[in-house]
Design a protein around this ligand. Structure first.
Ligand SMILES: Nc1ncnc2c1ncn2[C@@H]1O[C@H](COP(=O)(O)OP(=O)(O)OP(=O)(O)O)[C@@H](O)[C@H]1O
Length: 265
């Protein structure tokens, strides 16, 4: 069973930055998708990126994980006393720094059981030999069980993914990412297609995960955003329209005009 949601805290009170975007611009040919975007995300924060379709939310996630090159600006990632400019790094090097991205397309192996999917991910963090032979240390076995417990799939660990609901598949994907013990988790529409019950369980999972990592989440489900976001960045036409608490952005007439007051999503 997943844990019940815990109360949100405002991480900016004394929190350390984990990521800073400074004047980021991104162009696709002659089209400027992102225009001078700046924001700072803090450790153990859940930050939601919201805004109308085409506003640039996914493009920003792509830039952070190295999938989309930026045209200008700087992306700085902080770890302790260390700061890294990651805007010119390759995606696999960025991932090695502890930044994990969940894409909308599934990455589950359907021919493997749920336990095998998670164990393969845990083994990959160590060696290919282990991944192929399934020789796990006690610590690795403990980690696999911890992940299965966190994502609420312990009881189903010997089943195949085909038996899982849409929501359970999303949790399994998150579990696979957790094998690398990410410091920063990037999620693109994690509750898309879920009913209220699964959405609430996902909220509980993310609130649990934020005890040990930071989460940036693109999402259109405003109830979910209200329930979990410490802070929200609102994008519109490639720019930041507003940023702050849910209470702040829901009362901003510009945000209401371009997004919250519309029924497109
Ligand atoms: N590879 C690409 N080539 C050309 N244009 C692109 C590319 N990727 C994104 N765009 C454009 O950049 C803009 C921002 O797209 P993006 O997917 O980031 O928006 P979004 O805010 O995530 O939208 P949605 O909520 O619909 O997912 C859109 O106009 C999109 O068509």
């Amino acid at each position: 069973m997943l844990l019940k949601p815990q109360k949100k805290t405002n991480p900016q009170a004394g929190a350390k930055p984990i990521l800073n975007l400074k004047d980021i611009s991104i162009s696709f040919g002659n089209f400027q998708a992102i225009k001078n975007v700046s924001t700072t995300v803090y450790e153990n924060e859940i930050r939601c990126f919201i805004g109308p379709n085409g506003a640039g939310k996914t493009t920003i996630l792509d830039a952070i994980c190295g999938k989309s090159p930026i045209t200008s600006g700087q992306i700085t990632y902080y770890e302790g006393q260390r700061s890294l400019n990651i805007e010119k790094m390759r995606d696999y090097d960025i991932s090695r720094q502890g930044i994990a991205r969940k894409f909308q397309a599934p990455s589950i192996f359907n021919a493997l059981t749920i336990w095998e999917n998670v164990s393969l991910a845990v083994a990959k963090e160590y060696s290919v030999w282990q991944a192929l032979t399934s020789h796990f240390t006690t610590a690795q076995k403990t980690r696999i069980q911890e992940i299965l417990h966190l994502i609420g799939l312990e009881a189903l660990q010997d089943q195949y993914p085909a038996l899982l609901s849409h929501g359970q598949k999303q949790w399994l994907e998150i579990g696979i990412l957790l094998a690398a013990k990410p410091r920063l988790l990037l999620l693109d529409e994690p509750v898309a297609g879920m009913g209220r019950n699964e959405t609430e369980r996902t909220e509980a999972l993310l609130l649990k995960l934020k005890e040990n990592c930071t989460i940036i989440c693109v999402e259109h489900d405003m109830q979910f955003v209200q329930d979990i976001a410490d802070n929200i960045t609102v994008f519109h036409e490639g720019q930041v329209l507003d940023e702050g608490s849910f209470e702040r952005i829901q009362n901003n007439p510009k945000v209401i005009a371009v997004y919250l007051g519309r029924n497109e999503d």
